[in-house]
Design a protein around this ligand. Structure first.
Ligand code: SF4
Length: 389
């Protein structure tokens, strides 16, 4: 019998996100807010981040810190330590807080990883992307598959017992078999968590030019579905639990931080381009690293956008993100928070998806089946509808 997904409760304890926008080289497909590493700028940026954390700190409970980027592992361990200390003195950080650092394999050394661990980081997330060297070269990544394996081993040696690996599927020239060989390589290493994303190539990505020049193509759409389903089935067999469209973990090791985004939680973001969502208000910081540093230096606001979300927007987001979870959307929670009976209002439109076994409705929740996850966007459009009455 299929295992019933664990219910994910609404979590209103804050997550703290710290954006580190520096990279050693810019990958040809990357659309994140990042720039080339500059030691002087990094020092000024860390000092600005410390100021922003101190400014916004109000002693509220928080139980996750996530260093995302960019490449946060380019920071010195002492800088990471000072940022964690600032979070601890500005918020009521839980003793067992999950503290994640995104890392690129080429930055991992035994000493640095040990020092990150000593600084308080207890979860590493490595951007591996592929275990095939020819694919890593096509993506202009700096590491090799051997270096990724070595980084993982070094993390274990440094005492990290919660390590996540990212892979990307549907890469140029990638066949289903080649993709699955990367998934097998990941399973062989045995990380505690894995994220599998489909590569999305944005319009002006240098990778597009490289593909045109080298006549690289993408596998057909049907293959992308086969890649997804094949990977998930192998991960099931290896004892991983899928808890989100793109994420699996060993039991109990879901990303507590990312769950805040998917379960209608609250978080504060620090650093350039970071956004925060709290008490129904969405705020975004200026995207440029230098503008951010100057705003902090001049004691000006770093916010570039502040919006009170409408009830309809909050409801839609709660449903969209909830549908990403294998536990789905808890209908009682939505009713309590937004006063909407989802099945009453949308049941008629959702029923065809239930009949096609893309969606499950069990009276208390709606959740996508694995096949339904491939068509998640179609189901989600049902909810872009009338304003909340
Ligand atoms: S390392 Fe990550 S953030 Fe940096 S350029 Fe590459 S994909 Fe973008």
């Amino acid at each position: 019998m299929a295992r019933r997904p664990r219910r994910i409760a609404v979590d209103l304890v804050l997550g703290l996100y710290l954006h580190i926008p520096f990279c050693s080289a810019i990958c040809n497909y990357c659309n994140f807010n990042r720039g080339l590493f500059d030691a002087d700028q990094k020092t000024r940026y860390v000092s600005a981040l410390l100021t922003e954390i101190n400014r916004k700190g109000d002693g509220s409970p928080a139980d996750t810190i996530f260093f995302g980027g960019g490449t946060p592992s380019l920071l010195e361990p002492a800088e990471v330590q000072s940022l964690i200390d600032a979070c601890r003195s500005s918020f009521a950080l839980a003793r067992d807080a999950e503290i994640t650092l995104e890392a690129n394999p080429e930055t991992a050394t035994r000493d640095r990883l040990r020092a990150f661990r000593d600084a308080g980081v207890n979860r590493l997330s490595f951007g591996v992307q592929s275990f095939r060297d020819e694919e890593l070269v096509r993506l202009s990544r700096l590491h090799s598959s051997a270096r990724a394996r070595e980084a993982f081993d070094l993390a274990r040696e440094a005492g990290f017992d919660n390590v996540s690996l990212d892979l990307m599927m549907w890469l140029p020239q990638q066949s289903v078999e080649q993709w699955l060989s990367s998934v097998d390589a990941l399973i062989a290493l045995g990380p505690d968590h894995a994220s599998l994303y489909i590569l999305e190539i944005y319009p002006n990505a240098p990778l597009r030019d490289a593909m045109a020049r080298s006549k690289w193509s993408l596998a057909p759409d049907d293959d992308a579905a086969e890649m997804y389903l094949g990977a998930m089935s192998r991960l099931d067999d290896a004892g991983y639990i899928q808890y989100e469209i793109s994420n699996v973990s060993k039991p109990g090791l879901e990303s507590r931080h990312n769950l805040k985004y998917w379960s209608d939680g609250e978080w504060l973001g620090f650093g350039c381009g970071a956004h925060s969502t709290r008490r129904g208000i969405r705020e975004k910081n200026v995207a440029s690293t230098e503008d951010y540093i100057s705003a902090i230096g001049d004691d000006r606001s770093v916010g570039s956008d502040r919006r009170v979300l409408t009830d309809q927007e909050r409801f839609e987001e709660a449903v969209f993100t909830g549908l990403r979870l294998t536990s789905g959307v808890n209908l009682e929670t939505v009713r309590a928070r937004y006063g909407i009976d989802v099945w009453d209002r949308y049941g008629e439109d959702l029923r065809p998806f239930v009949e096609q076994r893309l969606l499950i409705y069990d009276g208390g929740a709606i959740r996508l089946t694995r096949d339904g996850m491939l068509l998640a966007n179609e189901v989600m459009t049902i909810f872009i509808g009338p304003p909340v009455r």
